[in-house]
Design a protein around this ligand. Sequence first.
Ligand SMILES: Nc1ncnc2c1ncn2[C@@H]1O[C@H](COP(=O)(O)OP(=O)(O)O)[C@@H](O)[C@H]1O
Ligand SMILES: [Mg+2]
Length: 242
Amino acid sequence: MSGPTLALRDVCVSYGKIEAVRGVSLEVDAGRIVTVVGANGAGKTTLLNAAMGVLPASGSMLFRGRSIADDPIEARVTAGLSLVAEKRELFGTMSVEDNLRLGAYTRPRGERPGDTLDQVYTLFPRLKERRGQAAGTLSGGERQMLAMGRALMAKPAVLMLDEPSLGLAPRIVREILHLVAELRATGVAILLVEQNARAALRIADYGYVMETGTVTLQGPAAALANDPRVIESYLGAAESAA
Ligand SMILES: Nc1ncnc2c1ncn2[C@@H]1O[C@H](COP(=O)(O)OP(=O)(O)O)[C@@H](O)[C@H]1O
Ligand SMILES: [Mg+2]
């Protein structure tokens, strides 16, 4: 198959008179990590919600070359898009394993959930250890693993992650992003949105910098991490942090 797995072209999203996303274009390929970095309020979450069909948007959205711009959220999920939202909504009183099994509910193809569960447990051994534990009793990092694992149970072609590092200690951030990097090998296309530009650019293949609703810079992640404009605005402090 040719072309990107997901391509957004000139996407605009407004909340009433506020234009939160203004003409954003980006592409994500299978087995690649693309990151969108930017400060709080830049429009990152709005962009992901628009791609998922949660918010109305203008512009074109192609999934494997086919337009999904007019598809409702359910159709995008069935097609293979998955969003791990910033809030990591889990069923706190249910076990880790039951949360994971719920993730398989939207699975489009005829695969057996048990096979995927084994794959998720291989990626996240910590979740296997805690399979019978109530999700509400997990640590912040484990909750993020569970949210990602649940999304993977649907066997998505595109995994969108909204600030998986948010609220986690630096050591846990490294662990979570290392796991995201490992997901690349499964062939899923990953769209990673992060305020933590340093950590995101370290694992990504390609990056976009978003400022007040528009993309101001883009390029290979390593080049962005060495770009003086990015260093000054996003990587300036704490050279050795996270
Ligand atoms: N539900 C909403 N209603 C009105 N404005 C919103 C809403 N959600 C977000 N915004 C505004 O849209 C802009 C982008 O927000 P958001 O996408 O959450 O940014 P980010 O995820 O990069 O922090 C901000 O100015 C924010 O205040
Ligand atoms: Mg956000």
